[in-house]
Design a protein around this ligand. Structure first.
Ligand SMILES: Nc1ncnc2c1ncn2[C@@H]1O[C@H](COP(=O)(O)OP(=O)(O)OP(=O)(O)O)[C@@H](O)[C@H]1O
Length: 748
């Protein structure tokens, strides 16, 4: 065994040794050049030529626009991602990579050793040398233990490498996704990343697994080819054969194969990216059903949802089938060229030196003059060479066949890179969105003005200590629609503002701008830090966690303890919103449940209001958040908020809440607005009169219809109807009634 190790070392240092003649060294250099050429030139050439077919272009910011290919852009994107994975040289990831590479080298050396051992065993069999055979067999079994361990270690380190890569990317992605409300902006203000969840989970996993796999699958074959070619060369040289024939045969076989595969390779990168896209869409459809299960069940909407799911699945299936079909013939061709054509050229490579030369020992005696005519030695040489050749062919096959995987990697690289670049852009306030035209959107509504060109957040935003000051600020949707052209108002502490207006006039949008979710596209906005404003939305949000977590959201238990608050405080808060009973009903503060389903609509809204009393903000932004709460509890909650010194900014349609506000901001739904001091009593009496009139007039069409019926039954005309026909609107009716009154007065 020690002898064989010695031989291996000898082979590796042979090039530097002066035992080789000039011709041998030149042949060795030729083999090394061939190996290097295959690994470094042929391969990229193959990739480059493919680019010509698929078309290149410099890195566009959004890879979804162009199909991902193995091109300059792919290398740039990969470089960007590798910088995230390997932030510095001395990192854990580099450590694993180094260990993995070291194991791959060991594996190659072991393969060479095993190939030679195999040849020697065959020779002992041909020579019928039992003692030597048993000795070599013991060596065979002995080497199997480290060899199998190294094989298993390679897989283990590959998985560790993939996990380490994934951890780095996930940490980076989460950091970017949760910075500056990017998670909101990505889906609401930008349309480049429709399935961020798919990118954050599936795509990162696929990318990192493929990257680690490819590292292993490219490094090992390159090492194999280099070391095994050298060993093959030394075997041929030991028989005094020229190395030129094998080199020419091998180069021609590899070059021709690569050229053929280049010409016919399908665009796997593009196909894989599309597959990931469709997977993401299907996932989105499924998650929508889980989120809205109750609503869909009430509507009985399962047919529509099922058909949407089926369509989504069919789209994915079609794409997967396309990839399978392309792979079917591509792999067939690959196998044909690499297994059969290469084997044939391999046999030529092995046979030529053995057939054409006579091996000579260093003392000048011919091996063929041995007692068996040199048969056993030729058999050993053939077996060893064949083993090495099979291993090398296998290695080159793996290198070329991994091109398919590289194109797939290009697909995932493009998606993961796209995710990071969109996160980056959105964080910097650069948004791209597919603009919806007004025509369809504004049916039955006044046409909204639309901004042309890219939207830029040109407004001035200043953080103040306490008041909100808005000057000439437009309210513009992410779609570019100008809902309000210019808004100016000032809200100091204690200015309790009620906001009203028709649906879609921009009430919630004003809150989005105040909270920093939407950019300020013009004018001035001076406001306190968003952390001092607490927004309660129309749809109450329940988090995952305990009952306590629901009240203190988004604080954690540690925050609660740091603030010095106790469960007694929380119980007081729940008493204000009439929810104290929930603590007992659900089994205490530590109870965990699916709160979205466990609490009723009104309970959820009251829980939302409880958060105001826990956080005690300067401003409470309440967006129709008590529509399911009974009026008495609602009044109690509003009064307590005011008593605690919190300023109200309320969107509501309920007159019962008017009395808690001092000012009214009224949007007209056509871009206009009015701000006035709120005179609750006058407004209430006017509202009462309006409702009375509405109730009275609501009966008129019915009365009119009944009058018509009576006329038909009696066969008589009505004075009102004969004069004016039917009343199409209330104005006409009023006119008729006035005329009738005047006529009656004249008569009397
Ligand atoms: N993320 C978004 N992207 C594009 N347009 C949006 C977005 N969110 C809201 N809009 C549009 O902005 C307009 C104003 O919406 P907003 O939610 O402010 O209305 P609202 O006055 O609060 O209505 P409602 O009383 O029905 O709640 C609507 O036309 C809506 O379609």
């Amino acid at each position: 065994m020690a002898k064989d190790w010695k031989q291996l070392t000898y082979l590796l240092t042979a090039a530097a040794s002066n035992k080789y003649t000039r011709e041998k060294v030149l042949a060795g250099v030729a083999i090394c050049l061939f190996t290097t050429y295959s690994a470094r030139k042929l391969y990229p050439r193959l990739l480059k030529s493919l680019l010509k077919r698929t078309g290149t272009g410099d890195a566009a910011r959004s890879p979804h626009k162009d199909s991902p290919n193995v091109d300059k852009r792919f290398y740039q994107q990969l470089k960007y991602l590798l910088k995230i994975i390997f932030p510095r040289l001395w990192s854990k990831e580099f450590g694993i990579l180094f260990l993995h590479t070291f194991t791959l080298v060991i594996r190659t050396l072991l393969s060479i050793y095993v190939a030679k051992l195999d040849g020697s065993i065959v020779r002992t069999i041909v020579r019928r040398d039992v003692k030597a055979f048993l000795l070599l067999l013991a060596q065979w079994i002995g080497i199997a233990i480290p060899a199998t361990f190294v094989n298993s270690l390679i897989r283990f380190l590959e998985s560790k490498l993939a996990l380490a890569f994934r951890t780095k990317l996930v940490e980076h992605a989460y950091g970017a996704y949760f910075a500056d409300q990017t998670y909101y902006r990505v889906s609401n203000l930008d349309s480049r990343l429709p399935n961020a969840d798919q990118c954050l989970t599936e795509d990162i996993t696929s990318f990192t697994s493929l990257l680690a796999h490819l590292y292993s699958h490219l490094t090992k074959p390159m090492l194999d080819v280099a070391l095994m070619s050298f060993t093959l060369y030394s075997l041929a040289s030991s028989r005094g054969a020229s190395s030129s024939v094998p080199v020419i045969v091998a180069t021609t076989a590899v070059f021709v194969t690569a050229e053929i595969l280049r010409a016919v390779s399908p665009r796997f990168g593009k196909m894989v990216a599309e597959e990931a896209n469709r997977k993401g869409y299907l996932r989105y459809l499924q998650s929508r059903i889980i989120t809205n299960a109750e609503e869909i069940a009430f509507y009985g909407g399962h047919k529509v949802e099922l058909s949407l799911l089926q369509k989504g699945y069919q789209r994915l299936k079609r794409q997967m089938e396309l990839i399978f079909c392309q792979r079917l013939w591509y792999i067939m061709l690959e196998q044909f060229l690499m297994k059969y054509i290469w084997s044939a050229s391999g046999l030529i490579m092995v046979a030529v030196p053995i057939i054409t030369t006579v091996a000579v020992r260093s003392d000048g005696s011919k091996i063929d003059d041995d007692f068996d005519g040199g048969v056993s030695d030729r058999t050993r040489a053939f077996t060893t060479a064949r083993n090495l050749l099979i291993n090398s062919a296998d290695a080159i096959e793996r290198m070329i066949s991994s091109y398919k995987e590289i194109t797939e990697l290009a697909g995932y690289t493009s998606r993961v890179y796209a995710m990071f670049s969109v996160f980056d852009d959105v964080r910097k306030g650069k948004y791209e969105r597919n603009i919806v035209t007004n025509d369809k959107k504004a049916q039955g509504k006044k046409q909204l003005e639309k901004l042309s060109g890219p939207l830029t957040a040109a407004g001035e935003v200043v953080i103040t200590d306490g008041s909100i000051f808005i000057e000439d600020m437009p309210i513009i949707t992410p779609n570019g629609d100008i809902i309000v052209k210019s808004l100016s108002l000032q809200i100091g502490p204690g200015t309790h503002l009620l906001i009203t207006g028709p649906n879609g006039c921009g009430k919630s949008s004003l809150f989005r701008i105040l909270s920093g979710l939407w950019p300020v596209y013009g004018g001035k906005l001076h406001r306190p830090d968003p952390s001092t404003m607490f927004y309660i939305p129309q749809r109450p949000y329940m988090s995952i966690g305990t009952l306590r977590d629901q009240v203190i959201y988004p604080d954690t238990l540690e925050d609660l303890q740091r603030k010095g608050l106790t469960e007694a405080h929380l119980e007081d808060i729940l008493s204000i919103v009439n929810l104290r009973y929930v603590v007992d009903r659900e089994g205490g503060w530590d109870a965990e449940s699916d709160w979205k389903d466990v609490l009723s609509g009104g309970e959820k809204q009251r829980m939302g209001m409880a958060r105001i009393f826990y956080h005690r903000p300067q401003f409470a932004l309440l967006d129709e958040c008590t529509s399911a709460v009974s009026i008495d509890v609602e009044s109690k909650i509003y009064q307590t908020i005011k008593d605690r010194g919190i300023t109200l900014l309320t969107i509501t349609h309920r007159p019962s809440l008017w009395k808690f506000h001092s000012h009214l901001l009224q949007f007209d739904g056509e871009g206009g607005w009015r701000l006035e001091k709120f005179d609750t009593s006058t407004r209430l009496s006017l509202n009462e009169e309006k409702q009375k009139l509405e109730n009275q007039l609501a009966g008129i069409p019915k009365m009119q219809q009944r009058l018509q019926e009576l006329c038909t039954v009696l066969g008589e005309d009505s004075v009102l109807l004969s004069k004016h026909g039917t009343f199409n609107d209330l104005e006409t009716l009023q006119e008729v009634l006035d005329q009738e009154d005047a006529a009656d007065e004249d008569v009397s």
